[in-house]
Ligand binder design. Structure first.
Ligand code: PLP
Length: 375
């Protein structure tokens, strides 16, 4: 069989399982309740202040691709999250692949939350560390596994601070203590927390009063541009500069975009009112959903609201209904989430309105009433 027929068969299989993803085209339809643009900064146009900055870096950072904009943004990001230094990557996916691949060496152990993002899982696979998982956000299970882990050169705990498919996260202060007691390094991906939590939007570690050993942040979510960074001690930056393959063997980020990101980061840090408006709206939406009998996990907080439906068809059905009612939301299915836990993921942003959220609750409840028991 030629590869075209073979791939078509595989795609047909996915369709039969309700797992086929098709290009959604350009997102124009409906109010955006699905993106990670929590502070509504992604729509910004190119600033008039940047005309002389090159669009392309022309080479990797190691081969003269470094521009003053990269160094300036790295210093500003490090300051923002309370680290000594930061290193830019082309995306959060590349940051996790590069950092974990560089950190996890033969004889090391990664203890990874079972629901960590695909980029953390793939970074673990690229590393030479032995990888063990612990139950999602379960610090008792983690403590147990830290105690019983086989002897290692270096033990690392890997987690997100705010999980993008569940809207929850571990108790960061307790996690930090646990790692300190076990002499384990703490690696935290703050992709969905940066800009949203903490007094200057510095994330959930900052809100808990500490900087982890390694902090991954992305610029494509609340910051509203593109790219990512890994922050930590200067020795970490130096190590990644030498050993993070997705950094070493990749063209440096666009200097023009980097300049835009600098302005966006400054805006995010100052967006105190937007942040508090967003978090108040989140609390009100949670109350409204719970009041209407829509089940949410007790651990959930912040702008991400997973409405669990279980089956792929039920989740797809709710997403379609909400789209017809004017809300752009996404059904999330396996393998993004475990099989049987399909959901619709609603994300609030700072420009959500009371009227829109009331309508959303009404539509969700009406849809749930159409489902047979158990769905
Ligand atoms: C926790 C986490 N880490 C990393 C990434 C990847 O970031 P990027 O979109 O910049 O590649 C995401 C994005 O979905 C994420 O949710």
């Amino acid at each position: 069989m030629g590869f075209v027929d073979y791939l078509q068969d595989e795609l047909d299989d996915l369709r039969e399982q309700g797992l086929l993803r098709e290009s959604t085209g350009v997102a124009t339809q409906g109010l955006d309740y699905s993106s990670n643009d929590y502070l509504r900064l992604a729509g910004g146009a190119v600033s008039r202040e940047t005309p002389s900055i090159p669009t392309g870096a022309g080479a990797s950072r190691l081969i003269f691709g470094t521009h003053e904009q990269h160094l300036a943004l790295e210093s500003e990001l490090a300051l923002w999250v309370g680290a000594d230094s930061a290193l830019l990557f082309s995306s959060g996916y590349a940051a996790n692949l590069g950092a974990l691949g560089a950190l996890g060496r033969q004889g090391d152990i990664f203890l990874s939350d079972e629901l960590n993002h695909a980029s953390i899982i793939d970074g673990c696979r690229l590393s030479r560390a032995s990888v063990l998982t612990y139950r999602h956000c379960d610090l008792d299970d983690l403590a147990q596994k830290l105690k019983s882990a086989p002897p290692s050169r270096k033990l690392w705990v890997l987690t997100e601070s705010y999980f993008s498919m569940d809207g929850d996260g571990p108790d960061m202060a307790a996690l930090r203590q646990l790692c300190a007691d076990a002499d384990a390094g703490l690696y935290v991906d703050e992709a969905h927390a940066l800009g949203v939590f903490g007094s200057a939007g510095g994330g959930l570690c900052a809100a808990a009063g500490f900087t982890p050993d390694v902090l991954v942040g992305t610029l494509g979510k609340a910051v509203g541009t593109h790219g990512a960074f890994v922050a930590g001690p200067t020795v970490l930056r130096n190590w990644l500069w030498n050993r993070a393959r997705s950094f070493v063997f990749s063209t440096a980020p666009s200097p023009l975009l980097t300049a835009q990101s600098r302005m966006a980061v400054a805006e995010v840090i100052g967006a105190v009112d937007k942040r508090s408006r967003l978090l108040s709206a989140c609390a009100a939406f949670e109350d409204a959903l719970s009041g209407a009998g829509v089940e949410l996990s007790t651990r959930r907080f912040g702008p991400i609201f997973p409405i669990r439906l279980g089956t792929n068809d039920a989740a797809q059905g709710l997403a379609e209904r909400l789209l017809s009612a004017g809300f752009r939301v996404q059904a999330i299915r396996a393998p993004t989430v475990p099989t049987g836990t399909a959901r619709v993921r609603i994300t609030l942003s700072s420009n959500t309105t009371d009227a829109q959220r009331t309508e959303l609750v009404r539509e969700i409840v009406a849809y749930q009433q159409t489902l047979p028991n158990g769905d």
